[in-house]
Design a protein around this ligand. Structure first.
Ligand code: NI
Length: 145
């Protein structure tokens, strides 16, 4: 999945300067009720990276079909991202995604059809998980930036 890895690196290259600028532009803007702050959105992207990392590796030895779905709202709430430093969250998100890009790059073609549970009725393929991960990152970065 070289192209997906390259796409993820390109997303990071574009987003990094904008993310680093964001805190200077909008320090601690409180979100409307029921919505996530910038820190919580970036935290949600870190949680997504962590959960999808597990799926992407486990799928390659066929143990992702029963991997539990994760409760994203609880993950954000329980980790108190609003109390964290913005630069630390940005650094960690970038580091994790550089790691994921390397992991995605080495997924062999024969693993692309491996089954992954993402909490829907039917498991999806590993290829779908990778592409859906990129779509999800783009979606939230568009909101954030
Ligand atoms: Ni999301």
């Amino acid at each position: 999945m070289k192209e997906a890895a390259q796409a993820l690196r390109a997303i990071m290259a574009t987003a990094e300067p904008q993310l680093r600028q964001l805190e200077a532009d909008k320090p601690a803007v409180p979100p409307p009720p029921g919505e996530w702050s910038a820190r919580e959105i970036l935290g949600h992207l870190i949680d997504s990276a962590a959960n999808n990392h597990q799926r992407m590796v486990r799928a390659q030895y066929n143990e992702a079909a029963n991997f539990p779905p994760y409760r994203q709202v609880d993950w954000v709430r329980l980790q108190h991202y609003n109390q964290r430093s913005w630069p630390e969250l940005v650094d960690f998100w970038l580091a994790y995604n550089h790691h994921l890009a390397a992991a995605i790059e080495t997924i062999p073609p024969e693993a692309l059809a491996a089954r992954c549970n993402i909490g829907q009725d039917e498991p999806v393929t590993l290829e779908f998980v990778v592409n859906d991960y990129l779509r999800h990152v783009r979606h939230h970065l568009n909101d954030l930036l």
